[in-house]
Design a protein around this ligand. Structure first.
Ligand code: BMA
Length: 374
């Protein structure tokens, strides 16, 4: 073939690939965000990227020590996905609700992006009606922040701060760093003000659409992929009850935690597997990226939980990533919270085994997948 024809065909193939797969919710998403979307679609068939919330900021018994990571110290490798949290950014606080300084967070995000890893951000946003926390389910909060509501303007000033944060995330060439944003997570539970008992399905859909449209069209934020994120669920109908529509969603996921004694292992394996099957079916029908947006077993009190429970629960499932929740450590005299082992923890040896399984992708393999490139 002549060179001109080859170029033409190649360009055509690239365009076709982007147009077939790159149906990002934001049609004006940046090139890197679109590539991330396309590449995650492919990558989900080759392994599950392992993620951890706040991984580089702190772990059990340490805080803000450059290079440290409980995942790295127990498994030998850094995670492939990093979760961060914006709660209290809306109040102009210098640190988030878990004490992480926003400026440091931006640094960690840039560091992870340069390594080819993925960033996802949640937002335990305060209640705009009462000024209390995300866990204050005052009736009428969602109605109050929708257009026409008494707190709509206040809410938009909060979104302005989210936009400024997102637009300040830049890579080495000045390009915006793609972020999987997952606001209003666990929306079918009732512990947050946006939860199931506190607004109608239609109100939640409107809130989701308003938030996204405002960030995208008013604030020109185009480096976001949007995650729709429930808690555990029983049926596809339940999962989709508050779904804002295909034009507003890129990633679909759910959060699931194992609770109680290790006798619950089998239940966790069965329920996670069943839910992932439903999630994958929905994702395939809608060309969305399925992910386990949060998971964990607090304090991992089972020496073989990783290979015997978590790997079995997710085996043969094509999801892009799974995000373990944060290693807060000792929160009070009675409360400890961590979901990945630190070095020497009971399940650390088994976690190292998991990191070597083909089923999972940690930083070294993620880097090779070049998720932000053609
Ligand atoms: C929860 C706990 C809290 C934390 C919150 C937001 O699950 O980890 O300690 O404040 O998430 O990150």
């Amino acid at each position: 073939m002549k060179k001109g024809i080859v170029c033409f065909c190649l360009a055509g193939a690239v365009l076709l690939r982007l147009s077939v797969f790159a149906q990002t919710a934001d049609k004006q998403a940046t090139k890197e965000a679109k590539l991330l979307f396309v590449n995650l679609q492919k990558q989900k068939n080759n392994g599950i990227m392992f993620g951890h919330q706040d991984d580089l900021a702190y772990g059990v018994g340490w805080k803000y020590q450059p290079g440290r990571s409980d995942v790295k110290e127990s498994s030998g490798q850094y995670p492939a996905v990093y979760g961060w949290e914006l709660g209290r950014l809306e109040l102009d606080a210098p640190v988030n609700l878990d004490g992480v300084p926003f400026e440091k967070m931006k640094g960690y995000i840039k560091e992870a992006y340069k390594k080819g890893s993925v960033i996802t951000i949640s937002w335990h946003v305060n209640n705009p009606l009462t000024g209390k926390t995300a866990w204050d389910p005052a009736p009428g909060t969602v109605a109050a922040i929708l257009p026409g509501g008494e707190k709509n303007e206040l809410y938009t000033t909060w979104l302005d701060k989210v936009a400024a944060f997102m637009l300040d995330l830049k890579g080495p060439k000045g390009e915006l760093i793609p972020v999987i944003f997952r606001p209003f997570h666990e929306l079918n539970g009732s512990w947050f003000w946006w939860g199931k008992s506190h607004c109608t399905p239609d109100q939640l859909k409107q809130l989701y659409r308003f938030t996204e449209t405002y960030l995208r069209d008013k604030k020109n934020v185009h480096n976001l992929l949007y995650a729709y994120n429930t808690d555990r669920f029983a049926t596809e109908e339940e999962y989709l009850e508050r779904y804002p529509g295909d034009d507003f969603v890129d990633v679909i996921g759910f959060d699931i935690y194992q609770k109680g004694d290790i006798v619950a292992n089998d239940r966790f394996i069965a329920e996670t597997g069943r839910s992932l099957t439903m999630l994958e079916k929905i994702a395939a029908a809608k060309t969305k990226i399925p992910a386990l947006t949060e998971f964990g077993y607090n304090a991992v009190p089972d020496a073989t939980w990783w290979t015997n429970v978590f790997a079995r629960a997710t085996k043969n499932h094509a999801i892009a990533y799974a995000l373990a929740w944060r290693n807060a450590g000792q929160k009070s005299a009675e409360e400890t919270e961590f979901y990945v082992p630190y070095k020497g923890q009971l399940s650390a040896t088994d976690f190292k085994r998991l990191a070597l399984m083909n089923q999972f992708i940690f930083e070294n393999k993620a880097r090779k997948n070049k998720l932000y490139q053609q």
